[in-house]
Design a protein around this ligand. Sequence first.
Ligand code: SER
Length: 874
Amino acid sequence: MKTTSQIRQSFLEFFQSKGHTIVPSSSLVPENDPTLLFTNAGMNQFKDLFLGLEKRNYTRATSSQRCVRAGGKHNDLENVGYTARHHTFFEMLGNFSFGDYFKQDAIKFGWEYLTSPEWLGLPKEKLWVTVYETDDEAYDIWHKEVGIPAERIIRIGDNKGVPYASDNFWQMGDTGPCGPCTEIFYDHGDHIWGGPPGSPEEDGDRYIEIWNIVFMQFNRQADGSMEKLPKPSVDTGMGLERISAVLQHVNSNYEIDIFQTLIKEIAKLLNVTDLDNKSLRVIADHIRSCSYLIADGVVPSNEGRGYVLRRIIRRAVRHGNLLGAKSAFFYQLVPTLAKAMGQAGEVLTQKQAHIEKTLKAEEEQFARTLDRGLVLLDEALAKVENNQLSGEVAFKLYDTYGFPLDLTADVCRERNILIDEEGFNREMTAQRERAKASSNFGVDYNNVIKVEGSTEFKGYETTQAEATVVGLFSNGKAVERIHSGESAVVILDCTPFYGESGGQVGDSGYISAELAKFRTNDTQKYGQVFGHIGVLESGELNVGDKVFAEVDAQRRQTITQNHSATHLLHSALRQVLGDHVAQKGSLVSEQSLRFDFSQPEAISKAQLEEIERIINRKIRENIVVTTEVMDLETAKQKGAMALFGEKYGDKVRVVEMTEFSIELCGGTHVKQTGEIGLFKFISEGAVAAGVRRVEAVTGENAINWLHQQQQVVQQSAELLKADSGSLVEKITQLQDKTKRIEKELQQLKDKLASQAGSELAKQATQINGVSVVVQKLEGVEPKALRTMVDDLKNQLGEAVIVFGATAEDKVNLIVGVTQTLTTKINAGELVGAMAQKVGGKGGGRADMAMAGGSEPQNLETALQFAQEWIQAKL
Ligand code: SER
């Protein structure tokens, strides 16, 4: 029997023998394709070849492509675990022709690979095919050339309502390459329910589609029209897990070798004996998508791809919880998976530590709220009416407990309950409105400022420039003139002022005309123009006035230093922590720089020191910083770091610090790194799961910061009468001393208490020859009470001792009874009865028992009760 890894390999070899180039799987994060959330088919990486936009040195290719179908257009997440074949992750085997062979070869290759004894050797009579209704050519090839009898060839037309919407017309998405297809089905046998494609029972598990051969002929346009491709091409896809199931003689994909290995490992980890438990299947599926997504650079987050990953991890963790997992388990599956995947597991092995850390951190974070959320959900489900869970509850679970909606739906599904999704969306919108309202202060000029033309930015070369006022805005509208004292936004035809962007704050400074002076506090970009925001300090300013614009050069210099330091930081972080570090946000101002980046766990002190050391070394190397405008492709080839998900034009600005750092960036930068002077971290912490934030200062600010630190040390040293070198030693000594003093104090207290005990002995009353002490004490700790009772017992011979002590707003009760009296008076019983009177509970042994209560005002009553109780028993 062939293993899944062997099948993968044999497929690639077969097509290689037919002149195909083996192309490695591409990343799950599609490059340069904003229409796609995740890679979901083998053809994705070849899209531009089909469209004729790109040429390579081959026209035939074959691959085994990792795919994820979750969260986007093809979303299988909610069905995973409940069916035999839905997965969030799967591998697609494919062969492709880019204007090379077409229908005939495509069909013949497929047939040969499946049926030839040299390759898979499947029995021909078990194979059925479908063709697009009007595709007589494909029909004839199958029927006349391959020899499949007519009853096993089914024509499928537009069965989904509109033209070309058909099981036999494949489209990558709303736009892009598409064409009619022919599919090959395998008949798993009549012991399984289901009918051939196109029949009413086609959804059963008997006839399973294993291979889809698409005859790519069109490029679908956004308006729905079909443009012909330059050359007819072929794109095929065969689900690896499905063909494995066929060859391993099982019906469900979960029974193939890879899944069985995983399921057994999970069962072992969680002590589960029922290997058919569907939660095992869910976890086995999810560890695959999650591991590969993380390997391909996705980190759990609250939006986009990161949120899909988070949803899958949390769903897996919830199913682990169902199976009784007590602590993080999911991450432990990575090595087993990497091994089970054979060659396709190598990418996992390379990034194993990173994948494990990321998963563990996410698991642990979710574990903190999962149990409480489940309790809330259980309570809500118990009260559900009309089989529908309210949108408010689902939203609360989402907002407070981190339950993605599909996770809540998953729990509900087990009880046949639906979620009021409309209600959930209403809550979500309301929350967004609230957030918007609270951040909407001042006048929003974004929709107001509309000026023809654009502002030319001169600030890379200079901080001063002559310019003309081309627009003025005040009180939210365009004006021709502004007056002394008026707040306004000034638009110039050209400016040296940097408008806030790419994390760098806007410049400040002055704009002056002959008789007017405008103080610019901030500069922002509004479309193509720069707005100088500030106040006219004197005179009058008119549209059309000639002005002199001057940036606060010192402030700009500090900002610039911080920005260049941010680039050094970015590279140093990657060098020390790894390539998974990707920028998530930054703020570069005149005070400091802040940098957020993907990183699953805290950074150690030693790592921070190393990063700081590297940056300062690069500062001392005084590297020349160059900037150059080039086209995006060239920049990429140079290895420039770009912000993931950011849109760049054809021409980009590349900032380079020799080999150490190359980034796409529109900000201002120092000429040589030496200008930065000094780099010092001032904080490091988490901002969201998987995202860390560091803050740092440079140059003069770094020196000032160090001075402040030094002052704290000096002042502390003075207070402790030590020098800075012996400060730590001195503090340790002081701590030891404090501990010693506390201990002595306690001993003294105990001693005082026992002396008080002797006093109490004198106050004992005699009842039938037994000494009885019932006393109220104040401010005595429970431990001291016990010592007092023991001492008194020793002093008094046969005795019953009852103390009630108040401490803050609590009461402590203790009852001691000499052993010989315990048949008459049981200390535990008495203290329990007393406790009830002071709002508490307690009990204990028959000769010594303690209790606590919360009603000190009732202590007298409790003692009175004890007195009478003892009297009655003796
Ligand atoms: N692109 C087609 C599919 O995904 C064939 O590879 O089914």
